[in-house]
Design a protein around this ligand. Structure first.
Ligand code: PLP
Length: 410
């Protein structure tokens, strides 16, 4: 008889559980990772000492470029994008802090909820569906609520809305003396965000979206003004792991806070290095070109993009699900039949195809659009798949084809 009351279990190996051919991750995150990121993620080094210090130093330097900030206060976070979000909120808001949460959907609502949980006095500005936060509405809300902190998302991944007025909204908040927290989890490194020039006080991001790193290690940057507020609060942050003044020990003083996820930090280092090697200009252009081509393909196929063009997020494309189908049927079919993974969205009648980091590669676009169109046909929707693929090709090679034609004509 066993001496253990809980017997040793027999489980399947990962080889038995994972699909034989890896799925192409084209949903709303996590996204595919480059080989250099995958390789770094296999390495464990000492979390303290000279090698780690050098890695941390470079991560901060590269992150400043990606955030477009000269602030000293860049830190990594062991945890998902939501942990970075909670670090921003819990260090800058507490009992009685007046917070204005600009709410476009699921993720911006999460920031407001975190504010309520730390005891802040949270007023919510509800943004109408399928539209960006309007300047007049934000201005009126700031006048009414006199917030000390304003929270806003750059790209609301859940319903694929882009707050294109972010720069102007940050200026309004700043003029009213509020600190601005921006959720850039899905958008960072996929489209412009100028932390310093736009006067943003805290920017958060995750690993597994625009940066094309692994999930579970995130980044945050605080402005000097935000850092001052955090340093001079009366009561310590109730979140010990997320206390920025404790995290300063590791991220700025080569000391111990908690054991950092070293492999994940190495992976993040490589993801950031690849962003720097590509440059932000080229990376933004790649994302724009690929996302617009995907949108053109979906449209030419005869399907409807969920968000109007004026506030459409490029990093994640939302497609309205045709009548009679559910998002789960579509996602299940494309995954099982074509080994392509896409996402539904928290009860909305849409499916989402990501355009973040490694997802924005031409071969991934062709495979995904083809698999998506075939899925629609299989499920009985009359889409024009050849027209969709032709529109994708035309959009991707538009510039090159036009240049070749004008060379031929000359
Ligand atoms: C994915 C996402 C989050 C949450 O990130 P997790 O890593 O899942 O915690 C927050 N905000 C936005 C805009 C996102 O896209």
């Amino acid at each position: 008889m066993s001496m253990f009351s809980v017997p040793c279990p027999s489980v399947e190996s990962l080889d038995a559980i994972l699909p034989e051919e890896p799925l192409l991750m084209m949903g709303a995150g996590p996204v595919p990772i480059p080989a250099a990121v995958a390789k770094a993620n296999t390495i464990v080094i000492n979390h303290l000492g000279g090698t780690m210090s050098k890695v941390i130093g470079q991560v901060k330097t590269m992150a400043r470029y990606v955030f477009q900030t000269n602030t000293k206060w860049v830190l990594g976070v062991a945890g998902p994008g939501s942990a970075a979000m909670e670090m921003a909120i819990s260090n800058l808001a507490w009992q009685g802090t007046r917070v204005l949460g600009i709410q476009n959907g699921f993720f911006s609502a999460r920031m407001a909820e975190m504010g309520r949980r730390v005891g802040a006095d949270v007023a919510v500005l509800e943004v109408p569906e399928r539209s960006a936060a309007a300047l007049e509405a934000v201005e009126a809300a700031i006048r009414r609520e006199r917030p000390e902190v304003v929270t806003i998302v750059q790209g609301e991944t859940s319903n694929t809305v882009w707050n294109h007025n972010l720069k102007e909204i940050a200026a309004l908040a700043k003029a009213a003396g509020a600190l601005v927290i921006v959720d850039a989890v899905c958008t960072l490194s996929t489209m412009p965000l100028d932390m310093d020039a736009w006067g943003i006080d805290a920017v958060i991001t995750g690993g597994q979206k625009g940066l094309s790193s692994i999930p579970g290690v995130s980044l945050i940057a605080f402005s000097d003004a935000a850092w001052e507020r955090m340093k001079h609060r009366d009561k310590a942050n109730a979140h010990w792991c997320l206390d920025a003044s404790l995290a300063e020990n590791f991220w700025h003083n080569a000391g111990y806070h908690y054991t950092a996820p070293v492999s994940g930090v190495l992976a993040l280092h490589e993801a950031l290095r690849l962003v720097c090697a590509e440059t932000l200009e080229k990376r933004f252009a790649r994302h724009l070109k690929c996302s617009q081509a995907l949108q053109a393909g979906i449209d030419a196929m005869g399907l409807e993009l969920f968000t109007p063009a004026t506030c459409r997020l490029n990093s994640v494309v939302g497609i309205r699900v045709p009548d009679g189908l559910t998002p789960a049927e579509i996602c299940g079919h494309i995954s099982a039949q074509h080994q392509v993974e896409i996402s539904g969205s928290f009860g909305l009648p849409i499916v989402r195809i990501g355009q973040m980091g490694e997802q924005c590669r031409e071969h991934n676009l062709f495979r995904t659009l083809h698999a998506f169109g075939r899925t629609m046909v299989d499920l009985g929707v009359a889409v024009d798949l050849p027209a969709g693929v032709a529109a994708l090709e035309k959009s991707l090679s538009g510039g090159a084809a036009r240049a070749a034609m004008s060379r031929a004509a000359a």
